[in-house]
Design a binder for this molecule. Structure first.
Ligand SMILES: C[S@@+](CC[C@H](N)C(=O)[O-])C[C@H]1O[C@@H](n2cnc3c(N)ncnc32)[C@H](O)[C@@H]1O
Length: 276
């Protein structure tokens, strides 16, 4: 016997609210996950059932909706996750940008769905170590979930969080707390990262163009129509020949002829003849 009653109709209502708010598809196999994540909210609010929670959500939308969505998002991430992407950035993209952008000395990167910040900080470490200091390098880091974004902005990580980082990165870019339990990102690494809350399905306030977009392990939760629309918008906001990185289990269909598939979930915007 479960602690709270979750009927089929409650589950359908939750799935429909989540889908229309942020595109995340909650199939039947996500029922247990939904139960355990929202049960925490129900306990905290001292309610008795999912039905009561849905009524509460309806009556307190302003206040509760972001906690509701924060509870549903999956935020797993790590420093140098899918390390081959950062290797490719280093060996192919940075040398190309050093040449292509040498007049402006400007590079713009977007970590879309940045979770608790490990991805944009990894990008910042990689880029800062390769570009001359007089280059204007900026990283936009966005996420829908306000809790993880606050953690990203604080730049404070536990020893377990930084476990996979090499010693030279830790020493150069982090300050260790006196008791050795926390590692804080140094301000010099943080200063060119702009954290913003952004729902990828809504309007984007920025104009771009971006040289590189990382949107990894985000579209896995979306349906094909949402993904297709998002890929087209990424193409529109990328600079000519800009790069898009997806997560290891995410692919873009062949019909997206606006991108060239470079393998290992890396894509490059293609300029068709009329545009080039
Ligand atoms: C699994 S994490 C991926 C983090 C990082 N990109 C990585 O690969 O390690 C997925 C992130 O996407 C965010 N997300 C999901 N739907 C979103 C949406 N509609 N708009 C913005 N962010 C979204 C979640 O909040 C979550 O932090």
């Amino acid at each position: 016997m479960k602690e709270f009653l979750l009927t089929d109709s409650d589950f359908k209502k939750i799935a429909s609210l989540v889908y229309s708010a942020c595109g995340i598809v909650l199939g039947e196999h996500k029922r247990e996950m939904v139960y355990s994540r929202l049960a925490r909210r129900i306990r905290r609010l001292q309610l008795d059932s999912f039905k009561q929670y849905l009524d509460y959500l309806d009556a307190h939308k302003e206040q509760e909706f972001s906690d509701f969505i924060n509870a549903i998002t999956t935020n797993l991430t790590s420093f140098f996750r899918e390390a081959h992407h950062f290797e490719y950035l280093k060996s192919h993209i940075v040398p190309a940008l050093l040449q292509a952008n040498k007049q402006t000395k400007r590079v713009r990167v977007w970590s879309a769905g940045c979770s608790s910040g490990e991805e944009p900080y990894t990008l910042a470490m990689t880029l800062n170590e390769l570009f001359p200091t007089n280059w204007d390098i900026k990283i936009l880091a966005t996420d829908l979930d306000s809790n993880v974004l606050a953690k990203a902005q604080s730049g404070s990580y536990t020893a377990a969080n930084v476990n996979g980082l090499e010693q030279h990165h830790l020493q150069r870019w982090f300050l260790k707390s006196k008791n050795g339990e926390l590692f804080k990102v140094k301000p010099e690494l943080q200063k060119n990262i702009y954290f913003k809350r952004l729902n990828l399905l809504q309007d984007w306030p920025m104009k771009g163009p971006f040289d590189v977009i990382f949107c990894r392990n985000v579209v896995i939760y979306f349906d094909k129509a949402t993904k297709d629309q998002l890929f087209q918008r990424y193409c529109n906001i990328l600079a000519p020949h800009g790069h898009l990185f997806l997560g290891h289990s995410e692919t873009m269909g062949k019909e997206h002829s606006e991108f060239k598939n470079l393998g290992r979930t890396m894509y490059q915007k293609v300029l068709h003849e009329a545009e080039s």
